[in-house]
Design a protein around this ligand. Structure first.
Ligand code: SF4
Ligand code: SF4
Length: 134
């Protein structure tokens, strides 16, 4: 039985959805705290399953990008967390990571929930209607 990913907002974009699936649910999950991410991409080269996606900025993408872990593909190896020069990749148990991920996500390329989605839910209005990435 797999844990429901409650951080998913909708289907992934086609190119991300085409990447190979994980074989089993991991014990741990990496979540990028985008509030501390500089978009340096150092973590991406260490990820053995290519599940860290670049989230472009609105303008001048090369300076304003952040990155995001695709929750359903991370195998919890922690290599990204070990190599992030800004120490902004906390590792959680898988279930705790799913709960925390929206709080730590400002923008999503994987169509996962963000802090804005949490705020909208709390206010009980405008669900997903003011996503800053659009
Ligand atoms: S924990 Fe491992 S699999 Fe998950 S994002 Fe980091 S490097 Fe990739
Ligand atoms: S290594 Fe750290 S700061 Fe650099 S892109 Fe990855 S999460 Fe962001």
């Amino acid at each position: 039985m797999t844990t429901e990913n409650t951080a998913r907002k909708g289907p992934r974009p086609e190119l991300i959805a085409k990447k190979p699936e994980r074989k089993k649910e991991p014990l741990k999950l990496a979540v990028i705290d985008q509030h501390g991410c500089t978009g340096c991409e150092a973590c991406i080269v260490f990820c053995p399953v290519d599940c860290i996606e670049i989230v472009p900025g609105v303008e001048h993408a090369q300076f304003q990008q952040v990155v995001e872990v695709d929750i359903e593909r991370c195998i919890g190896c922690a290599l990204c967390a070990k190599h992030c020069p800004w120490d902004t990749i906390p590792m959680y148990s898988y279930t705790a990571g799913i709960k925390r991920a929206p709080e730590l996500t400002i923008r999503s390329a994987c169509n996962q929930k963000t802090e804005q989605d949490l705020l909208s839910t709390l206010k009980g209005s405008d669900p997903g209607g003011s996503d800053p990435t659009h």
